[in-house]
Design a protein around this ligand. Structure first.
Ligand code: DCP
Length: 133
């Protein structure tokens, strides 16, 4: 069966910054930065799954919106989809990650060039740069 992982491109429209979260595990990607998210459960929409995951992982609320970029195949039967989101609650906290940071377009480009992003998420960098421009 095809499962979906949804990830949040949380953008602050005023400062034009994107929220990144630093993975704690597994060892292959620990220390790398990602768009936070998780698996869509049976019967959930992508948006509501993402809103639930962000509440669990970041202790805040978002409003999830349109898809950003293309879906990425993580492995056969598992696809990763990014949704644009805006913060609708208190400042996010790293409940499940090592750290969080807000980045502008220049910083995102530099982190991608330095290999500091989780590999799957690098596919979205051009789309994210456009949203941050
Ligand atoms: N993933 C990714 N980029 C993201 C978010 C997730 O590449 N921005 C990948 C990492 C995992 C898969 O998606 O391969 C699931 O991500 P989770 O963070 O939900 O990973 P967990 O290990 O927490 O999920 P579970 O324990 O449910 O397997």
């Amino acid at each position: 069966m095809n499962r979906i992982v949804v990830a949040a491109a949380i953008i602050d429209d005023t400062s034009r910054m994107l929220l990144l979260a630093q993975r704690r595990y597994p060892p292959e990607v620990a220390g790398l930065w990602e768009l936070p998210g998780g698996k869509v459960e049976d019967g959930e929409s992508r948006r509501s799954a993402l809103e639930r995951e962000i509440a669990e992982e970041l202790g805040t609320a978002i409003e999830a919106g349109e898809q950003v970029g293309a879906a990425v195949v993580l492995r056969p039967g598992l696809e990763l989809v990014a949704l644009r989101a805006r913060l609708a609650g208190p400042p996010p906290r790293a409940l499940d990650h090592t750290a969080l940071c807000w980045v502008d377009a220049g910083r995102l480009r530099a982190m991608a060039a330095a290999g500091e992003l989780v590999p799957a998420d690098t596919a979205w960098v051009p789309d994210l740069l456009e949203l941050l421009a």
